[in-house]
Design a protein around this ligand. Sequence first.
Ligand code: ITT
Length: 204
Amino acid sequence: MLRLVLATRNQGKIEEIRALLKGEEIRGGVEIHSLKDYPHVPEIVEDGTTFSENARKKALTVAQLTGQIAVADDSGLEVEALGGAPGVYSARFAGEGAPDSANIKKLLELLRDLPPEKRGARFVCVMALATPDGEVSLVEGECHGVIAMEEQGKAGFGYDPVFIAPGYGETFAELGSEVKNKISHRACALSKLCRLLESLAPLF
Ligand code: ITT
């Protein structure tokens, strides 16, 4: 059985990746752990300027510190009217350690008065797969949408209450995980990652 450590302590990501992997056929099965099972692994400083740099660093560090194959997810929201911000700074848009509610508040204030056609955005997710001997592979997924005028819905995490999904007219937080996991940036990246895992399986 393939054993993977998710290089994150973000509960929203862990739940989504677990649910997504359940729907995938991986030969021999997969056992999923996360940094919650490895409390000795310190916080990894995300000092990259791209999702790829941060994903690579998180996956490599965790693979080396745990001796296991690691999967990192670096993701964020790029808003057209803000020139792609908050981007890699999505988790700390309103300051280091800021809660999701503060990040959303800042975003809505910056976009106040902009009509729906000027509120285009996309979620991006780069996933890195790293082995303890330092091999890294990267995959990417994206999902285009529109930023709502106010928070709507309770499901999910992060910016889900203000991200109106393409073709649905409701936010990810209203639609819930079943719909989100069919169309999200993370679902797209993870399906590519699973194909990569299949092709690498003989090596593990
Ligand atoms: P780890 O680095 O430990 O994985 P993190 O929360 O710091 O956790 P990131 O640096 O990748 O993760 O920041 C991602 C942020 O982007 C996340 O905190 C959310 O604010 C936002 N985000 C990413 N994917 C999202 C999604 O599916 N729904 C809503 N917000 C999302």
